[in-house]
Design a protein around this ligand. Structure first.
Ligand code: GLU
Ligand code: MG
Length: 457
């Protein structure tokens, strides 16, 4: 540790000098806490070597913050005591294209005794990646980012454009804005796959290339703050909230994932359905088996359940299907002949209020358990599962995912395996924050839930 810390400090000095030459004055040190909020400290760029050596202090209390900055507690957390050290990940420092003079670095959090912090979500994600590596597997992921572009000057959502879903008119209306997003992401070395007008009023989507899961989570944070900064320049307001206007289609945070053994994609070229190898099927089945509990991680607010409803392409049923956009797990094989690179599962049920590091770690944990227990997938479901009766769905072995945050919390609380993988400190924080968030909105009307969370994430 000490040796790598010393070489990191040498690197940080070079990096700080380079950033200064690029006009950077300040570096944002950022992490996402349990409620899904990106919390930060900033340092002058010249402090980067020092921050790399000893970290930057920040209270552990934020892991029990709610999305309105009120604070709940667990047996261990939530009080005024203690401190943590934030260590910037030098490999991921990015000069922010939408915020001149600023660079950004995700951090790992360590205790004052220089140990990994038990509730550091980014560390949890990395630990699960290491666990996969121990099993000989590599995972690649990508988060899709959906957001609705609103007018400023109001807390209501008033779309900043009026054109049709997937329509050219909408792009013409926000042409400079959309171009500036592409330019900014290009400058930040984010490999954008696509940008398009989405279904809901004023909605757009950016999808990016797959990466190592922690890097994919970092990118999810970076892309959103870049969109936020470009939006500010253009006098519009982005909402990444699960439900912007209740009753209409919301913003998803779909996660694409592929799993590799010895450089071979286990979702292609195998003897199973649509070319899945046994191991690939088992990984996917592991996720499907605990998807209701995973909703407490990936759909973490009451607003998430205004979005996660049938017939909205949000993935409200725990089933899988090839290119089935109503299943929670859409299997994607890509253009014929490209399956070996392209095949992946898209987990659709999650949204962008989720902590992406927790999502990444929990998905890998669930997948690895599927592989360990050699789970198999049930029959594929095509078409909209909403057309079946409850009895028919039960016969098919298809569950509706939780319809409320309370129901997801119950699933998570009962999912001993997932809580154990997270560790008690982290799992307790998830439970406490979700319970408090559910309590905060007890009996609130959907409009009030959406309004309270519309501009937060
Ligand atoms: N906006 C939808 C959601 O809430 C997803 C639409 C799509 O399939 O891209 O997840
Ligand atoms: Mg979409």
């Amino acid at each position: 540790m000490a040796k790598s810390r010393a070489s990191n400090v040498t690197r940080a000095k070079e990096l700080a000098a380079k950033l200064q030459r690029q006009g950077v004055e300040g570096v944002v040190l950022s992490y996402v806490e349990t409620a899904g909020i990106n919390r930060i400290k900033t340092i002058p760029v010249a402090r980067l070597p020092r921050a790399t050596e000893v970290g930057v202090g920040m209270s552990p209390v934020f892991d029990t913050f709610l999305s309105d900055d009120s604070i709940t507690t667990t047996g261990e957390m939530g009080g005024p005591d203690g401190d943590l050290r934030l260590f910037p990940d030098l490999d991921q420092i990015v000069v922010l294209a939408g915020q001149p003079g600023w660079a950004w670095a995700p951090v790992d959090r360590r205790t004052q005794d220089d140990e990994p912090y038990a509730a550091c979500q980014r560390t949890f994600a990395r630990t699960m990646i290491e666990r996969a590596a121990d099993a000989g597997l590599t995972v690649q992921m990508a988060f899709e980012i959906e957001w609705c572009v609103g007018k400023t000057g109001t807390d209501d959502f008033v779309p900043a454009c009026s054109g049709s879903a997937y329509g050219m008119t909408r792009l013409v209306e926000l042409s400079d804005y959309a171009r500036d997003i592409l330019t900014a992401l290009e400058k930040e070395d984010v490999d954008v796959d696509q940008l398009h007008p989405e279904y809901a009023a004023g909605q757009f989507e950016v999808s990016v290339g797959a990466a190592d899961p922690v890097a994919a989570a970092d990118r999810s944070v970076l892309v959103r703050q870049t969109i936020r900064a470009v939006s500010a320049e253009h006098g519009v307001r982005p909402s990444f909230a699960p439900s912007v206007v209740p009753g209409t289609v919301g913003n998803g945070g779909h996660v694409h994932l592929s799993v590799w053994r010895d450089g071979t994609n286990v979702f292609a070229g195998g003897p199973g359905r649509f070319g899945m190898a046994e191991e690939g099927e088992a990984f996917a089945a592991g996720i499907l088996a605990v998807l209701p509990a995973l909703c407490a991680v990936g759909a973490p607010t009451p607003a998430s359940y205004l979005r996660l409803v049938p017939s909205h392409w949000a993935g409200a049923f725990a089933c899988w299907g090839r290119e089935t956009r109503e299943s929670a797990m859409r299997f994607v094989t890509g253009l014929a002949g490209t399956e070996k690179d392209a095949a992946n599962f898209e987990v659709k049920s999650f949204d962008l209020a989720a902590n992406p590091y927790l999502v990444v770690g929990a998905l890998i944990a669930a997948g690895l358990r599927g592989v360990r227990d050699a789970l198999t997938l049930p029959a594929e479901v095509t078409g909209d599962p909403a057309r079946f009766s409850e009895e028919e769905l039960a016969e098919m072995g298809v569950r509706r995912l939780p319809t409320s945050l309370d129901a997801a919390i119950d699933e998570f609380a009962a999912c001993y395996f997932l809580r154990e993988e997270m560790g008690k400190t982290l799992a307790d924080a998830v439970l406490a924050v979700r319970r408090a968030e559910a309590e905060r909105f007890r009996d609130a009307a959907p409009e009030d839930v959406a309004a309270a969370l519309r501009w937060v994430f």
